[in-house]
Design a protein around this ligand. Structure first.
Ligand code: GLP
Length: 242
């Protein structure tokens, strides 16, 4: 793991975005893995600013998102499809048909298999951007999830439901299942970029980097990834030993 620490969240966002921008410039047909939540928003704002100011083009880029809630279609403001359109895709020259988000509607088992096939047909994910849950989850792979999982239907833990409640009108509206890329799907990406900031992530970050590799802390699997880069602010890094 390559751990990079930054004094501010702004500096972290700029640096993580620069890795993606450089990769898109180097390969205009890049296949990018993307994520939702609070963590990637600043990175997306930097991509949008660079697209506007410097003209970096996404017209031949393909994207695959990590996950989607069960039962929410793209018109639902709480869906991850809606989030991605609003936070990123609507502001780039990307072709919407080239942006993939798992579908939480209809035959879920089939949607999962289709998603893995689509990733493979695109040639695999070159760079996967991810965040981390306070319990160490990645995508919706909660503690206890097997490391060999591909895209699957995931049960959300109570901790994750509580953490995501702020995005829903009432806690009872939060789906308790989601379609999620599996841990193996994430490990299959040729490079993984994690962004994490704030005190609430510090314990999970410490265990991910310094603890044992265990399914109890799903992100710890990244110790086995040949090319994982972890972008931290000083708060998220505050419990690390060195
Ligand atoms: C959610 C998502 C994850 C995300 C995590 C952290 O449950 N499924 O992909 O990384 O929570 O979210 P945030 O970035 O809002 O802290």
């Amino acid at each position: 793991m390559d751990v990079k620490k930054f004094d501010t969240v702004e500096a972290l966002n700029r640096a993580a975005a620069a890795e993606i921008i450089d990769a898109v410039k180097g390969n205009p047909e890049l296949v990018l893995g993307l994520s939702t939540g609070n963590s990637p928003i600043g990175v997306y704002q930097n991509l949008i600013a660079d697209h506007r100011n410097n003209g970096t083009s996404y017209k031949d880029v393909k994207t695959f998102n990590l996950d989607e809630y069960e039962g929410l279609d793209g018109n639902s403001p709480q869906s991850y499809r809606y989030f991605m359109n609003e936070q990123l895709f609507d502001h780039l020259d990307i072709v919407l048909e080239n942006t993939y988000v798992p579908s939480g509607i209809g035959d879920l088992a089939r949607n999962c298999a289709d998603y893995e096939r689509q990733i493979q047909e695109a040639g695999g994910i070159a760079i996967q951007l991810i965040g981390i849950g306070t319990n160490g989850h990645i995508a919706f792979n909660e503690p206890g999830t097997s490391f060999d999982t591909l895209t699957h239907v995931a049960e959300l833990s109570q901790a994750t439901i509580a953490a995501n409640a702020k995005y829903f009108p009432s806690p009872s509206d939060i789906p308790n299942r989601a379609i999620s890329m599996g841990i193996q799907s994430i490990m299959n990406a040729r490079k993984v970029i994690m962004v994490a900031f704030g005190q609430s992530k510090a314990q999970a970050i410490k265990e991910m980097i310094e603890g044992p590799i265990t399914t109890e802390l799903p992100a710890s699997v990244l110790q086995n990834h040949p090319h994982a880069v972890i972008f931290l602010d000083s708060e998220a890094a505050s419990l690390l030993s060195e």
